[in-house]
Design a protein around this ligand. Structure first.
Ligand code: ADA
Length: 572
């Protein structure tokens, strides 16, 4: 890790704005029987307290309950001043009220949003965030009960209050590497108006930026600073850029790195990389997805210890604190939007497509400057073998390419060679479970299925003319119940999972046609409360190499040995 780049500040950061993190205990009320649009919050009596951030239904009093989780606190905003509320994630959907008046609503569990707070002559203001964890496709089509991970509710991520200075403000700052060799990069600044800009990189004032263009509320200019260091997994150098108009300022952190594909490989700053890692859900039995910072850090330490350089954030955008740490530790990330096994009926529904597009834009804007993110994906295991899905898939591919042209685009497919849209993406990602979900249930040695199946896909992709695209196994794994040891190495034993993952990991590191793997999965996660759990003992997805408390199963050591033994840059 590169000490010079580490920081306790999270980004973007607005040094001129007075701000408060609204973390801490809020008043709380849970209501099971009342509708999301029926409640009059002005008469509500709060009878409990709940921390922010939190998943309220991870707490014993509300475990497994579905309804409204209403959080309230009082905030101080100087009279007559403009302010902005930034909400990291409020799940599954929410309404925001200040002094009893609705100021915003949001329908996406894991993406951030902002609400301007109306100016008032009163300085003490009542802030209420009403979350709802009830499935309601009409309101919130992005998340449904058939998804194989538990849908929690609450304010999962931090809430920030920013007091805004009068005058022109910065909305968003983006930095893109144009050429890593001479450290040339482009800066785009969304601003509420044209002003003179001062630009600082790593604390030194820059005078060499020229040709500033201001068009449609966006400043654009390029900088070339050969003295800057590049970002890579081995040396994750990070830099800060501050823009200042004398009134407002914004600091972002970025890395100089370029990613592209060439001859079936993923290239990072001109070197081929093999991605070795896991799919990771944000979850813990005690906290749900609102993980304490300590746990986020511990997860990354565990991944690093297993020799991983890659994480797939399944199946929704991950916590920005996690992404900040991935930047600092040098992890490579596949970020994906919320999606799981959606069908043609979804893709034919314009409201669904619109909700997908909206969350995609929110995801991209939130994580744009993280060098760790090298690819973006969407619609995990959607019905990508049907012609009727084409319009939705194409619309999301184009949207990502237009909003984030410097990253790779993909989606995790479980349709194998029947998938219709592989030609349109940069990296082929297949979720496959040979040797676990077997075709022949009488087969006594299902582990023997694994390698031939992977070879089959590689050969078929080549026949289809897709060998030029990097191939990643975006999911593969086997369930193991923690502590269940078995001398005949039967399914659900730690032994079976261990043997399974040894075969997979060896194959991935040895076969140059495979650009990477995201093993399914990092740790066990809570899933269905319905009879769907009949294939999920304990109602957990047990394919973690750690259990839900991060206790290691047998396979951890084997994965570690194989991943750590592999050094992709050894002979270069
Ligand atoms: C799918 C899905 C995962 C998980 C996995 C499994 O591939 O993408 O979320 O459900 O299957 O364990 O079967």
């Amino acid at each position: 890790m590169n000490n010079a780049s580490t920081s306790i500040q999270s980004y973007p950061f607005f040094p001129q704005r007075k701000g408060v993190k609204l973390t801490g205990l809020w008043d709380f009320k849970f209501l099971q029987d009342i509708g999301f649009d029926e409640l009059d919050i002005t008469t509500l009596k709060y009878d409990d307290r709940m921390p922010v951030p939190s998943a309220f239904d991870a707490f014993p009093a509300y475990n497994g309950k579905r309804g409204l989780g209403i959080y309230r606190c009082f905030i101080d905003i100087p009279a007559g001043t403009k302010s902005l509320l930034k909400i990291g994630a409020a799940a599954m959907y929410c309404k925001v009220f200040v002094d009893g008046v609705q100021i915003g609503e949001h329908y996406s569990a894991y993406t951030p949003f902002a609400c301007p707070i109306p100016v008032s002559e009163q300085s003490s203001r009542e802030l209420v965030i009403m979350t709802c964890n009830r499935f309601d496709y009409k309101k919130y089509p992005l998340q449904e009960g058939f998804f194989d991970f538990y849908a929690y509710g609450g304010i999962f991520r931090e809430v920030d209050l920013q007091i805004l200075p009068a005058g022109e403000l910065f909305d968003w700052v983006a930095v893109d590497t144009l050429d890593y060799r001479n450290r040339r990069f482009r800066v785009c600044i969304e601003s509420s108006g044209r002003q003179n800009l001062a630009v600082t990189i790593d604390g030194s004032c820059q005078s060499k930026f020229q040709d500033v263009v201001f068009k449609n509320g966006v400043f654009t200019f390029e900088l070339e600073l050969p003295e800057l260091k590049c970002w890579s997994p081995e040396c994750p150098h990070l830099h800060t850029l501050t823009v200042d108009n004398g009134n407002d300022a914004c600091t972002v952190r970025f890395g100089i790195r370029q990613v592209w594909t060439e001859n079936g490989q993923i290239m990072l700053n001109g070197k081929p990389i093999k991605l070795l890692g896991f799919c990771r859900h944000e979850g813990h039995p005690q906290y749900g997805p609102a993980l304490p910072y300590q746990q986020v850090l511990a997860d990354l330490q565990l991944l690093r210890n297993m020799g991983c350089n890659f994480v797939r954030g399944s199946h929704y955008p991950q916590d920005p604190r996690f992404l900040d740490l991935c930047d600092e530790f040098g992890f490579l990330v596949f970020e994906e939007s919320m999606g799981w096994g959606q069908k043609v009926r979804h893709f034919e529904d314009p409201d669904f497509v619109e909700a997908q597009r909206k969350q995609t834009v929110e995801m991209i804007r939130a994580s744009y400057n993280h060098p760790c993110i090298i690819m973006r994906g969407f619609l995990n295991e959607g019905e990508s073998a049907a012609e009727a899905s084409r319009a939705c898939y194409e619309s999301l591919i184009q949207l990502i390419r237009s909003r984030d042209p410097f990253r790779l685009v993909t989606y995790a497919s479980n349709r194998g060679m029947k998938d219709l849209f592989l030609e349109q993406i940069d990296v082929i990602c297949f979720n496959i479970y040979p040797g676990w979900y077997v075709v022949d249930q009488d087969e006594e040695n299902p582990l023997e299925e694994i390698e031939p199946k992977i070879d089959f896909y590689l050969a078929e992709l080549k026949n289809r003319g897709l060998a030029e695209k990097p191939f990643i196994i975006s999911e593969i794994g086997a369930g193991a119940i923690y502590g269940w040891r078995d001398s005949i190495c039967a399914q659900w034993s730690e032994e079976y999972q261990n043997e399974y993952l040894k075969i997979v990991c060896r194959k991935v590191v040895e076969d140059s046609r495979i650009s990477g793997v995201a093993l399914w999965q990092f740790c066990d996660c809570r899933t269905y409360r319905s009879a769907r759990a009949l294939v999920r003992p304990r109602a957990f997805n047990n394919k973690g190499v750690l259990d839900e408390y991060r206790r290691p199963k047998l396979a951890c050591e084997s994965v570690k040995k194989i991943f750590r033994g592999f050094n992709p840059h050894e002979d270069q």
